[in-house]
Ligand binder design. Structure first.
Ligand SMILES: NC(=O)c1ccc[n+]([C@@H]2O[C@H](COP(=O)([O-])OP(=O)(O)OC[C@H]3O[C@@H](n4cnc5c(N)ncnc54)[C@H](O)[C@@H]3O)[C@@H](O)[C@H]2O)c1
Ligand SMILES: [Zn+2]
Length: 652
């Protein structure tokens, strides 16, 4: 056996497993579906050639291992994936001379719903096919799912939960500045359905389209009769058409055309046999049922030439590349730009101006680059932010490289800072929406925070602004005036210093007895002696006050406000206050250890580097490892907890 083949297989298994985990478990995509499917096919091919299937191969398992904190439920009937093809000819072979049903392959989240005595009693996600997550309360908020039906015996249906493009765009638009946008409706749907809080699900307009009755109910001869029965019970059923060898091609063409008129995402079609008992007789493979096959859109790929890369600074300071190319027509619309998402992807494509690339529309909607034919790799990352000109910085986070603007004053970032400053928990200034702040910034009314207290200089202009009048202007000014009186912790929090949440701000103010001048000159060494303040937080705070720019800004700002003295000390309510933690090994829930550390500190805990008698907990997801920290903790009787347990601890 050639060693290289086995090596390549191992590489593919690793890559695909990582992608599948990100896609299914974290609603993230680290590669496009096109790329995933190509690598998957390559792996399958190699497995067939060599007769070897490596442990953990994605060709052998369905979906994701359930790792969320939703309750787990074992499926009565295993849920499978679907074998896939991109060729109509393969569908024709599959159908033979039988009757079939062709329906949308909806790109959402598959849900199994159980009804007993005419009532919806349980809804569960597909999960890894054997074990799913119970989401009954969330399912009860779906827009079109019947909670009661006129059929008293138990039965179980399957369907796909989806969110329409219209709702997807609306929800993305309404997201706060700090929240990352959802990439596609599937992504959003998965996040909305696998939710601990069903009120969130309820706001997301999730819809369920049934595609099968899998247990109970009357016995039918044909699949179409079964679907009709579901419709009569009040379920919305996925759109389908009956096909034979003669009509197959034109029906596929019909769906491929119609998808452009639908408001939902579909990544292809599903073909299944009409004859239910025949279907049942076929059985299944380890991964696929033999009675159905998925047809994936043959994404139309078009060649074009890269004209340039646009760099867009987002409001969080991320600078994202967008490829601009010679306009081309794909599936009926003209396309001339595609997001390249981040630096890693840009590098992987080796993009350069003048490069010939193949572009396509993922799921026939979102433009993407599929392949770079010339790979000149000539695009350089901008050294300066396109908005403010400040230096950029490359940030490496796990496998992903991103570009960020280092300037906290960048308009995009400044907007964020003002939003934070005016928040309820901070300076509590009402009547200043994000859109208004953005307009003020653009017009140059806001130099720094102190400018808020001089908006009267622009009184006439503001009153003429859209959405403003005499009344709303007066209200805004009154609210700003009111904010001149502020408690010190709220003020410290409002400054937006990294790591300083309101709880931490309270701890600091208490220690320095509400004397800001002392806080401003405190050294990092002194700061760490405060219970609940760790080295990361101490460093951030110290650096903030050391910067001359910040000192000048504060000087101006402090002229505008005065502090309300607080005699009563504030107690923050946190179960880990004063507790000392050591963190080791890889983390999963947090981006990295630093983030976990910041969370501990924000809640009044402390993080140190080594385990000692005064350590309260060692956080380590692998308490069986023979690491020195584990050994030491066991020796000293320090409890070793997983991240999961830590989360439980702080949420108690
Ligand atoms: N981009 C990435 O990194 C990445 C990673 C993993 C998977 N993926 C994508 O996911 C795909 C594999 O996912 P999968 O195995 O979860 O799903 P699948 O593509 O095999 O879909 C099969 C499922 O679709 C559902 N379905 C929707 N409409 C249906 C209908 N009308 N009739 C019957 N069933 C219907 C069923 O639950 C069925 O089990 C890959 O092909 C790839 O495109 C992408
Ligand atoms: Zn900038």
């Amino acid at each position: 056996m050639e060693k290289s083949k086995l090596g390549r297989m191992q590489e593919l298994v690793d890559q695909l497993s990582k992608a599948a985990y990100a896609y299914e478990q974290e609603n993230r995509e680290i590669m496009s579906n096109l790329e995933y499917d190509q690598l998957y096919d390559e792996l399958k091919q190699l497995e067939e050639e060599t007769g070897i299937v490596l442990a953990g191969s994605v060709t052998q398992k369905v979906g994701y291992e359930v790792a969320s904190s939703l309750p787990k439920v074992t499926h009565n009937k295993r849920m499978l994936s679907l074998d896939k093809t991109k060729e109509v000819a393969k569908l024709r072979t599959f159908l033979g001379n039988k009757e079939g049903l062709l329906s949308w392959k909806l790109d959402g989240l598959t849900i199994v719903c159980t009804y007993e005595k005419g009532q919806l009693v349980r809804a569960v996600t597909r999960g890894n096919g054997e074990i799913g997550e119970e989401i009954t309360n969330n399912a009860k908020t779906f827009k079109n799912l019947p909670l009661y039906v006129d059929y008293k015996d138990s039965f179980v249906i399957r369907g796909e939960a989806i969110i329409t493009y219209t709702d997807f765009y609306k929800i993305n638009e309404a997201l706060g500045e700090k929240e990352e946008k959802y990439k596609n409706p599937r992504n959003l749907c998965s996040g909305s359905v696998r939710q601990l809080n069903s009120q969130v699900t309820a706001q997301r307009n999730v819809r369920l389209y049934a595609f099968g009755l899998v247990e109970g109910g009357p016995v039918f001869e044909k699949k179409s009769q079964q679907l009709r029965w579901l419709k009569e019970r009040g379920f919305e059923v996925v759109e389908y058409k009956q096909v034979t060898a003669n009509t197959l091609e034109q029906t596929v063409a019909y769906f491929s055309q119609e998808i452009h008129n639908r408001d939902f995402a579909s990544d292809g079609l599903v073909l299944t046999y009409e004859d239910i008992s025949y279907s049942k007789s076929l059985g299944e493979t380890a991964k696929f049922p033999k009675d159905s096959i998925a047809f994936k859109w043959q994404d139309e790929r078009v060649e074009t030439t890269i004209k340039g890369i646009e760099w867009n600074t987002s409001r969080t300071g991320l600078i994202n590349p967008v490829a601009v190319f010679e306009p081309v027509e794909i599936e009926g619309t003209t396309v001339e730009r595609a997001s390249v998402h981040n630096l890693s992807i840009l590098e992987e494509f080796k993009l350069g101006i003048g490069d010939k690339v193949m572009v396509y529309k993922a799921n026939m909607i979102i433009p993407q680059i599929a392949e770079n034919l010339t790979q000149s790799g000539s695009v350089a990352f901008p050294e300066n932010c396109p908005v403010c000109g400040a230096h950029t910085l490359i940030k490496q986070d796990k496998a992903t490289k991103t570009l960020i603007c280092t300037n906290a004053n960048c308009r995009a970032q400044r907007l964020n800072a003002f939003i934070h400053f005016t928040k309820r928990d901070a300076m509590n200034i009402e009547g200043l929406s994000e859109a208004t702040l953005d307009k003020f910034l653009k017009r140059g009314y806001l130099e720094d925070f102190s400018s808020l207290y001089h908006l009267q200089d622009y009184k006439e202009e503001i009153k003429k602004m859209e959405g403003f009048g005499e009344k709303s202007y007066a209200k805004l000014v009154a609210s700003i005036e009111k904010s001149r009186e502020v408690k010190m912790p709220q003020f410290l929090f409002a400054l937006g210093i990294a790591q300083i949440g309101l709880g931490t701000a309270k701890l600091i103010c208490k220690y320095f007895e509400n004397d800001l001048s002392k806080i401003q000159v405190a050294s990092a060494e002194e700061l760490v002696t405060i219970g609940g303040i760790g080295p990361v937080t101490a460093k951030e705070l110290n650096e903030y006050f050391t910067l001359e720019e910040n000192q000048k800004m504060l000087e101006r700002l402090l002229k505008e406000i005065h502090f309300i003295r607080e005699e009563v000390e504030q107690v923050i309510d946190s179960p880990i206050i004063g507790k000392t933690f050591v963190v080791t090994g890889e983390v999963m829930h947090f981006k990295n250890r630093k983030e976990l550390q910041a969370q501990i500190e924000a809640l009044g805990g402390k993080v140190t580097g080594s385990v000692s008698k005064s350590t309260h907990y060692l956080i380590n997801n692998d308490n069986t490892s023979g690491s020195s920290k584990n050994k030491k903790a066991k020796e000293l009787g320090v409890p070793i907890i997983t991240e999961e347990e830590f989360l439980q601890l702080i949420n108690n």
